[in-house]
Design a protein around this ligand. Structure first.
Ligand SMILES: [Zn+2]
Ligand SMILES: [Zn+2]
Length: 266
């Protein structure tokens, strides 16, 4: 059996397109055992219309905790997807710590003042070789910050299919080493399939590097619509099986639990 979790969900509290209740119903239909909400939180950038107003965090938590009480069929978790910025570590820690979340996803959307997932133009005016190394440096910092339980869509900069001229394997190898050392999990994020990339994050060619370093993994949809909860999960599970994974991680109150996953029937 596979205990199916989906910890990366956006609702109307940030840039998702429906209420949390609709995602819980969709999770039940999709056979998801445990759903976790992860609204965008950005404490630093002014350009944040896709993020939850930080002033609404108590309302968000109260709302999801209320849903935990009345939904017995689907386990519900509450988290955040937090934008990582170098130098912002203390502010993030101070903001997030008091709320008793189940997990925090750390994501690098921003490169300087710009998000890497908003427009292809961002890539057209840049040296992609340099961009890859610089972006991974930010990922390393996010990993080593100690702020996050899960690193979100680790190689988001693949979104528009711009590729470096070199084989980036060494970057993934280094990322896996640092995640192992700092005990941080990653996600297979299936939402890249819905973008120009047409595939998951991180690059499926390198999953074995994370497995070799025993980096814990979970599979997440990054759903902004209820119908995308659990989307493409069987394919992601097959990739984990091929990489040699036999377990996935779950979270509760910032504690990680490893759950055996039987991928044999896929
Ligand atoms: Zn994201
Ligand atoms: Zn997201």
């Amino acid at each position: 059996m596979i205990y199916r979790t989906d910890y990366h969900i956006h609702t109307l509290f940030s840039d998702g397109k429906a209420d949390p209740e609709e995602y819980i119903a969709a999770a039940s239909v999709a056979g998801i055992n445990e759903i976790g909400f992860s609204e965008h939180l950005n404490l630093f950038s002014s350009n944040q219309e896709w993020c939850m107003d930080p002033g609404r965090i108590r309302e968000y938590i109260r709302h999801i905790k209320g849903l935990m009480k009345i939904n017995k069929k689907t386990e519900i978790r509450i988290g955040l997807e937090v934008d990582f910025f170098t130098g912002g570590e203390k502010e993030i820690y101070d903001f997030v710590s008091p709320y008793g979340l189940d997990y925090v996803i750390g994501s690098v959307h921003y490169f300087g003042e710009t998000t890497v997932d908003s427009s292809e133009d961002f890539y057209r005016e840049r040296d992609i070789d340099d961009l890859y190394t610089s972006y991974f440096e930010l990922l390393y910092e996010a990993v080593e910050s100690g702020l996050f339980d899960i690193i979100g869509h680790a190689d988001l900069l693949r979104i528009y299919n711009f590729k470096p001229s070199y084989d980036p394997e060494f970057l993934y190898r280094e990322l896996a080493s640092r995640m192992s050392r700092h005990d941080v999990a990653y996600e297979i994020n299936t939402n890249g399939r819905n973008r120009i990339l047409g595939d998951f994050y991180p690059d499926r060619r390198f999953l074995h590097l994370f497995r070799q370093k025993n980096v814990p993994v979970c599979v997440n949809s990054d759903a902004h619509f209820p119908e995308r909860v659990g989307q493409y999960f069987d394919e992601a599970y097959r990739l984990l099986k091929d990489a040699g994974y036999t377990e996935m991680c779950t979270f509760k109150k910032r504690e990680r639990f490893m759950v055996p996953a039987d991928f044999s029937n896929l």
